[in-house]
Structure formats: structure tokens, C-alpha cells
Design a protein. Structure first.
Length: 187
């Protein structure tokens, strides 16, 4: 029988500690010759084809206007090896420093957008703004991934997942249940 853990009341304001949608990513942008990087945890896959990703980017963030004006960005997937850099990027503003230079990161050349991918990340997804209907009200951008590149190994990298108050958990252990998977149920 599956265990039934005892539960206690939990603050509604902290529900995100359990429901953060995916790994921490670094979002790079470029507008009018200036590049920037921001740390982001509020994103979600919205569609398979085209590959749509929804992202919350605060209007108070330096990257907000750059991404809003350029209509593009690169979503980069860091691994646990970059934890301190991920935190440092999240604790600084590109309005004051060049984050690529400050954190020793390499700005690569994208193939489909003007924003630079981060060479040290495991994967990067070049994105164009697909729908901005929710940007003004909720700071919610919907991007289409137009080009994706990922390292061949490891297949399941150790990614960071934020739980709040400077605490992360690391994912990377794969549990294979393909024999139980029913792709016809995705329709």
C-alpha cells in the first residue's frame, strides 16, 4: 500500500515552493547593442507544435523592456555546476553591470534570433515572441522556440529547481516508464 503522509496547514503564499513549473533557466536578451541575462523560474511549456513556452518576466526587471522591444530571447538551461552563477545573476542587475563579463560567461551566436545563447549552459532555446496579449496585465510572455540546441551528454543533466529562500533542489535522476506510456492519450 502507498504510504499516506500526515499533512499540516501550509501558507498559501508559499505554494510555489511545491509547484514551480520547471528548472531554473537563464534568459539572455539583446536590444540596441546591449546584452543581458536574467535568472528565471516562472515558465511553462504550453504547446508541443509549435513549441510554445510561457514566461513571467517582471516589468521591474531590466530584461523586461529589452525582451519586450526586441520580441526575442534565448532560454538557456544551466546545470547544477552553475548554481553560484545562477544565484549571482539573479542578485544583480544588467542596468549596472555586464553580466556576461562579470560572471565569465560566453555569449554565443544564435542562428535564428539576435539574443546570444550562453555557451556554458547545457541547452539553449532561441525564442521569438508569439503572443503578447497577457504581457501588459500579467507580465506573461508566450514565446515560440524557433531553434533548439542541447549537449549530447548527459541525456538527463542535473538541473536546478528553486524552492524559495535561496534553496534549490537538483533533478537529474531518470525513471523510465516508457512501457506504461500511452502517446494516444495526449490527443
Amino acid at each position: 500500500m502507498t504510504p499516506r503522509p500526515a499533512k499540516a496547514d501550509f501558507p498559501v503564499s508559499q505554494v510555489r515552493r511545491y509547484l514551480e513549473p520547471g528548472p531554473i533557466v537563464l534568459v539572455s536578451s539583446r536590444w540596441r547593442g546591449q546584452a543581458n541575462i536574467m535568472t528565471m523560474g516562472w515558465h511553462t511549456m504550453m504547446e508541443f507544435t509549435p513549441a510554445l513556452v510561457g514566461c513571467v518576466i517582471s516589468s521591474a526587471n531590466h530584461s523586461f523592456r529589452m525582451i519586450r522591444d526586441s520580441g526575442e530571447c534565448v532560454i538557456n538551461l544551466p546545470t547544477a555546476a552553475l548554481t553560484d552563477i545562477v544565484v549571482g545573476i539573479g542578485n544583480t542587475t544588467g542596468a549596472e553591470i555586464d553580466k556576461f563579463a562579470h560572471f565569465g560567461l560566453t555569449a554565443g551566436k544564435a542562428e535564428a534570433v539576435g539574443a546570444p545563447p550562453i555557451a556554458e549552459c547545457h541547452a539553449h532555446f532561441e525564442c521569438r515572441l508569439y503572443d503578447d496579449a497577457l504581457v501588459e496585465k500579467y507580465n506573461f510572455f508566450i514565446f515560440e522556440v524557433v531553434k533548439a540546441r542541447a549537449a549530447r551528454t548527459p541525456k538527463h543533466p542535473e538541473t536546478l529547481h528553486y524552492t524559495g529562500d535561496g534553496v534549490f533542489v537538483v533533478a537529474g535522476k531518470a525513471i523510465d516508464r516508457r512501457k506504461l506510456f500511452r502517446p494516444d492519450m495526449l490527443k
